[in-house]
Design a protein around this ligand. Structure first.
Ligand code: ADP
Ligand code: ASP
Ligand code: MG
Length: 311
């Protein structure tokens, strides 16, 4: 049975936009405000710095560092628990979240221990470790939304995004992903729940966790947007949209108000990190607009990427 989803908006939050308790609170507020106008699906990155730390720990472990796993577990637990203490006032909800953090952080640490025993890089274990950041943030953001009185559920994209087994740069199977996304997410959406889906990750058909490549959460967001026939995809980031240059390097850079899919793809392929180069592939054929906006300045319009005639 097909269900109408034309009113769904997919909203993706990048690493800085979920990088601490305050930005997480702001992301939750943006989601709740959006949910009062239309249905919303959230896609999250890991907190900024977390994916780098996961890769470093896995690399050290694979080089024979036996303590990398334990150090990683402690660090992940400490970083995410600090945010939880500031975000969640309810004792029971906080305890439940702390338990989930502990389980995920321990699983990542144990996977590092396995790499240390084998003393070699196993790309499958690597991807499992790297998927931990997004799994943690999805739970934190879902809890932050729930704390505002809106229903939300963390969803691991490994149960939705079906990919090949090219670990580290996996390619999604769009039609299998569409079927799973609709099966899993539409009932939640219809029940008024905001699914908070992990960006960056997928899984092979036989269930091995994969990752889509660095910065791949943007791609996750448009894959889900296309799968759900969403009205739009919003990429919330830490700058005012796609700009004429990287504003960190060129302070005079200006926001580009509108871009065609082709022009935005060309900028991303030329290295504008604000968008993963594959971001526009899933949405272009369906004409789904993508907005790139600043989660720290949500009143600004950002950049609208749509089927504009190329300049
Ligand atoms: P997120 O974690 O939200 O995905 P990223 O760090 O991946 O954010 O991308 C946003 C960053 O991209 C900005 O902070 C900016 O420094 C960089 N960037 C590079 N080129 C551009 C550009 N042309 N326009 C906007 N941002 C750019
Ligand atoms: N967390 C992943 C990375 O740092 C994916 C993303 O942020 O889009 O590459
Ligand atoms: Mg990014």
């Amino acid at each position: 049975m097909s269900q109408a989803t034309e009113n769904v908006r997919v909203m993706k939050f990048g690493g800085t936009s979920v990088g601490d308790a305050d930005p997480l609170r702001r992301a939750a507020e943006l989601l709740c405000d959006a949910q009062s106008e239309s249905r919303v699906v959230a896609v999250v990155s890991a907190m900024s710095g977390v994916t780098n730390a996961l890769i470093e720990a896995a690399t050290s472990a694979a080089a024979g560092d036996w303590s990398a796993g334990a150090r990683l577990t402690d660090w992940l637990q400490c970083k995410h628990s600090r945010a939880v203490c500031s975000l969640i006032a309810d004792d029971a909800a906080r305890r439940e979240l702390q338990t989930e953090i502990k389980l995920l952080a321990s699983a990542a640490g144990r996977a590092c221990d396995r790499l240390a025993i084998e003393e070699r890089i196993c790309s499958r274990t690597f991807d499992f470790i790297c998927s931990t950041g997004e799994k943690l943030t999805a739970r934190l953001l879902a809890a932050a939304v729930a704390a505002r009185g809106t229903l939300a559920l963390a969803v691991d994209a490994s149960t939705i995004v079906v990919t090949d087994d090219a670990h580290g740069a996996a390619e999604p199977d769009a039609s299998a992903t569409r079927a799973r996304a609709r099966l899993q997410l539409l009932p939640l959406i219809a029940a008024g729940v905001i699914p908070v889906v992990t960006g960056f990750i997928g899984a092979t058909a036989d269930g091995a966790v994969t990752t889509l490549g660095r910065g791949g959460s943007d791609y996750s967001a448009t894959l889900l947007g296309a799968a759900l026939d969403a009205a739009e995809v919003v990429i919330w980031t830490d700058v005012d949209g796609v700009m004429t240059a990287d504003p960190r390097l060129a302070p005079e850079a200006e926001t580009i108000p509108q871009l065609s899919y082709a022009a935005a793809t060309a900028l991303a392929e030329a290295g504008a990190r604000v968008l993963h180069p594959k971001t526009l592939r899933p949405v272009e054929a369906r004409g789904i607009p993508v907005r790139v906006r600043n989660s720290f300045a949500p009143s600004r319009l950002g950049t609208l990427i749509a089927a504009f005639a190329a300049a």
